[in-house]
Design a binder for this molecule. Structure first.
Ligand code: UDP
Length: 406
């Protein structure tokens, strides 16, 4: 595991020294993160990298994962989709089961911290404990919140407003709330297995393992198998390109413990691709970080054709590897890509296909986009910046007058 000082050559001494100072000021405050899956998806990805680094800075921080059965996670996936603006309704029974499972989890948590940092809606009702514990509570939303279904939003709003502060990933997600709202961008870890430099021999071995041809262009999307990542749209765009360019598609990803739809989506994607030559559907087990890293590094162009997206860590991961990225103009993605400067933003399957052709045919242009993209990630979306933002947020809960620029 990387230590904080290992990041000095990447971000400079000043950033690291400031982090030590902030960590010192937090040394008597405990922090507890709570979410609903230990792997799969961006929240688990960030927590698994961030917590050891925070500890290395001397902060007493830990991570609890709530438990639930299939019924609970089906309900929470519905809530997730409704917040993303998908048309669906939840029954009274489902909402009360959601609250009940939260209460059971609250009972089974033995140790509470000075700050409870709750991620996303699944554990949101734990905040009921705040009255008893009289500690500080943060609710962090990682979801594209620009157009939530009203009834689900109103249901959650009651609980959100019990927190001390809420955190969103993009300005467009801010809502009318009676509590303080803070904007903090997600981030990637440049020294994780997912993002660190790899040697060519290892990369070649991964290509061989998955039967991918290094000589022809490779178009890749890495994502959980989720409708909102539009894997079928990716296949359709690829087919439009394939008429003109002899290339290959990689759709690689796995599932998450809190996402019950994954298997169904994977089956549909396999059916759509129907063993078509040059479409590689790769189902990855959890912790396939080196494989994902290698697949991103061998790609000619990386796609993120999401229909909704909180932030899209996969975009930052690809840009960090200096890859040209074509992604949808949704959610947090435009924070990462300035169209035609640090990547390409599209709205449609046809637009995606058009830009794949262009970037494959114009490698110099693609390289320029990729270079700008990497610089943008370096300036804004590396994990140390996010740790600094969180530390300032934690301090602001106790001494708001000391932290003037949040
Ligand atoms: N990821 C992974 N395995 C997979 C699919 C995705 O490790 O099978 C990682 C991916 O590299 C990224 C994160 O999970 O770090 C996904 O975060 P993102 O914000 O792109 O989407 P989310 O899944 O949270 O909607």
């Amino acid at each position: 595991m990387a230590r904080i000082d290992d990041y000095r050559p990447i971000v400079g001494d000043q950033t690291i020294d400031e982090l030590y100072l902030l960590g010192e000021r937090l040394k008597n405050i405990t922090i507890q993160n709570v979410n609903s899956t230990p792997f799969g998806g961006g929240v688990a990805e960030i927590l698994s990298r961030m917590i050891p680094l925070m500890k290395d800075l001397g902060v007493d921080v830990w991570w609890d994962v709530i438990k639930g059965d299939d019924h609970f996670f089906q309900i929470t996936k519905k809530i997730h989709n409704a917040l993303h603006g998908i048309e669906l309704s939840l029954t009274r029974e489902e909402l009360s089961y959601f609250l009940e499972v939260n209460q059971e989890n609250a009972k089974s948590i033995k140790k509470w911290a000075d700050i409870v940092f709750v991620h996303d809606p699944q554990p949101i009702y734990l905040v009921k404990e705040k009255r008893r514990l009289k500690n500080k509570w943060i609710w962090r939303c990682h979801i594209d919140f620009s157009n939530p279904k009203r009834d689900v939003w109103l249901f959650l709003k009651k609980f959100i407003e019990k927190y001390d502060v809420s955190v969103f990933s993009a300005p467009a997600f801010a809502r009318k709330l009676s509590i303080r709202q803070v904007l903090i961008y997600p981030s990637i870890d440049p020294l994780s297995d997912k993002n660190k430099e790899l040697d060519q021999k290892f990369i070649d071995s991964i290509l061989e393992r998955f039967g991918i041809d290094k000589q022809r262009p490779i178009i890749t999307q890495i994502s959980r198998f989720d409708y909102l990542k539009d894997p079928i749209g990716v296949i359709k765009a690829f087919r439009l390109v394939k008429k003109y360019i002899d290339c290959q598609l990689i759709l690689a990803g796995g599932g998450a413990k809190d996402d019950p739809e994954g298997e169904r989506v994977l089956a549909e994607v396999r059916e759509e691709a129907k063993k078509e030559k040059d479409i590689h559907i790769i189902h990855l087990p959890p912790a396939s970080n080196l494989e994902i890293n290698a697949l991103q590094r061998v790609s000619t162009v990386i796609l993120q054709k999401s229909l909704r997206e909180g932030f899209g860590l996969t975009v930052a991961e690809a840009l960090w590897k200096e890859k040209p990225v074509i992604a949808s103009w949704v959610g947090g993605i435009p924070l990462q890509i300035a169209h035609k400067y640090s990547g390409i933003l599209t709205y449609t399957i046809e637009g995606t296909a058009h830009w794949i052709k262009r970037l494959v045919n114009e490698p110099e242009y693609a390289k320029r986009l990729a270079r700008n993209g990497k610089q943008h990630v370096k300036n804004n979306f590396l994990i140390l910046r996010q740790i600094q933002d969180y530390f300032l947020l934690f301090l602001s809960l106790f001494n708001p007058q000391d932290v003037v620029y949040l």
